[in-house]
Design a protein around this ligand. Structure first.
Ligand code: LLP
Length: 434
């Protein structure tokens, strides 16, 4: 469920007409719905009632300071993966002390920054990393709280580039070696064993793999609790969202109409399956969802440059490109594309929706059926709130897009469009070329 819908044939985010946002701030622009994020947060927590749960929102999905502040206000902590992300949490005046620090290659400087700011726990991915964290903690004269990421070797049935819990992935320590890793960790003088963690992949569309992973890892978790007194189990993130029928899925009726055996994963299904498995552990449960929290809470607004009619092929050339939203080029991902002004009297159009970048991969959709739209008209790429702006880049010397946050009828620019001067500010011609 989300808060994007047509009101008098004009696409709105909550009570804001998106064409007005595009008019004011130009395109391409990301627009996020604060109410959708708040609803997602409340719904996820409600579905896990009966557990002692802390959401550590995976801020890699969308780390705009306003989004972080919003989640902090709701009660969320953060799953962070770099020194930069620690600094973002601090800049948003949010809480590092309840947040966790993941990633396979934390540098000494990043570890020190996390310790200085009272990180809740490091999620450790290897034995060399234990040594490194112990070393940095020793230098600072503190004890570093840690959890080891175990790799349960479960197939998440998702895109190969975003599956993480198989034995061939670079993440975590295999379950059968994890006991030895904890034993090693317990011997380090500057480490405290605080928990255990796993994360099997992203954009999971059924509950089965989550259940399998929890069942597989739970006996080990219980052992760790008995042996070391660990206090939490982080089951990671990974809950998928609707991409194909993104707009329609904002309505309860769409969910009701899905055949029971094909109903997409919901937080309610997730909770119903996992609560009974997790409750007996008697531990705090950490969640690290990113995409589910923000994915359907954001769109990317873009303007049509041309409708280029070819022989047997039409191209809708828009002003957003693969640098702004890289997911279709990188993962062949599907994003629904809708006009901001709906006109049911218009003819249908089948076209490839492409950006202006000089390579064929710069394509948002192939042979997509759309309402006919022409030069100057506006479209929205749906489900762009997660892994959208954060993965954007400046390829073809295109500046970073703007970001806007909506709440009710209020909206504000929360990240100004980058200027050319800002983009080249760090560059210079070396003396030997002058
Ligand atoms: N926890 C850990 C340890 C992770 O590695 C990730 C995501 C998450 C939590 C959050 O997963 P989520 O709830 O968002 O599925 N760029 C890709 C997704 C990469 C996900 C990486 N790790 C995409 O655009 O699909």
């Amino acid at each position: 469920m989300h808060h994007f819908r047509y009101v008098s044939q004009r696409l709105h985010c909550e009570s804001v007409d998106l064409a007005a946002v595009a008019q004011l701030y130009g395109t391409p622009t990301y627009v996020y719905s604060a109410a959708t994020m708040a609803d997602n947060y409340a719904r996820l927590l409600k579905s896990l009632a009966g557990l002692d749960v802390q959401l550590c929102y995976a801020m890699k999905a969308n780390s705009n300071l306003a989004v972080l502040r919003h989640f902090a206000n709701l009660g969320s902590a953060f799953d962070l993966v770099s020194g930069g992300e620690i600094r973002r949490v601090l800049a948003a005046k949010a809480d590092v002390r309840r947040s966790v620090f993941a990633g396979v290659g934390k540098t000494e400087a990043e570890i020190a920054l996390a310790l200085e700011n009272g990180i809740f726990a490091f999620h450790v991915e290897s034995e060399p990393e234990l040594r490194r964290i112990n070393h940095v903690a020793g230098k600072l004269g503190v004890k570093a709280p840690i959890a080891i990421r175990v790799n349960p070797d479960v197939d998440a049935h998702t895109h190969a580039k975003i599956t993480t819990g198989k034995s061939g992935n670079k993440f975590g320590i295999p379950l059968r070696q994890a006991a030895a890793a904890y034993e090693a960790a317990a011997k380090y003088p500057n480490l405290t064993l605080r928990g255990v963690q796993m994360h099997i992949g992203s954009q999971l569309t059924s509950v089965g793999p989550f259940v399998e992973a929890v069942q597989k890892v739970s006996p080990f978790v219980a052992e760790l609790k008995a042996k070391y007194g660990i206090t939490y189990f982080s089951i990671g993130g990974g809950m998928g969202i609707i991409y194909k029928d993104a707009l329609a899925s904002g309505e309860a009726a769409w969910w009701d109409a899905q055949p029971a055996d094909q109903r997409p994963l919901t937080p309610e299904t997730y909770g119903a399956a996992l609560v009974p498995l997790l409750q007996p552990l008697g531990l705090k449960i950490l969640l690290e969802h990113g995409r589910f929290m923000v994915g359907n809470a954001g769109v990317l607004l873009s303007r049509v440059e041309h409708l280029k009619r070819g022989a047997g092929k039409n191209f809708l050339v828009v002003d957003a490109a693969m640098n702004d939203l890289v997911r279709p080029a990188m993962y062949d991902s599907f994003h629904e594309i809708v006009p901001l002004q709906r006109d049911t009297a218009r003819a249908a159009l089948v076209a490839d929706v492409v950006g202006p970048i000089c390579e064929s991969g710069d394509c948002f959709a192939k042979d997509r059926q759309l309402q006919e739209v022409g030069e100057g008209e506006l479209i929205a790429l749906m489900s762009a709130g997660a892994y959208g702006y954060v993965m954007a880049n400046r390829y073809n010397t295109r500046t970073m897009a703007a970001e806007v946050l909506v709440q009710g009828s209020a909206f504000e620019l929360v990240n100004a469009r980058e200027t050319f001067e800002q983009m080249i500010a760090g560059e210079k011609i070396p003396v030997f070329l002058k």
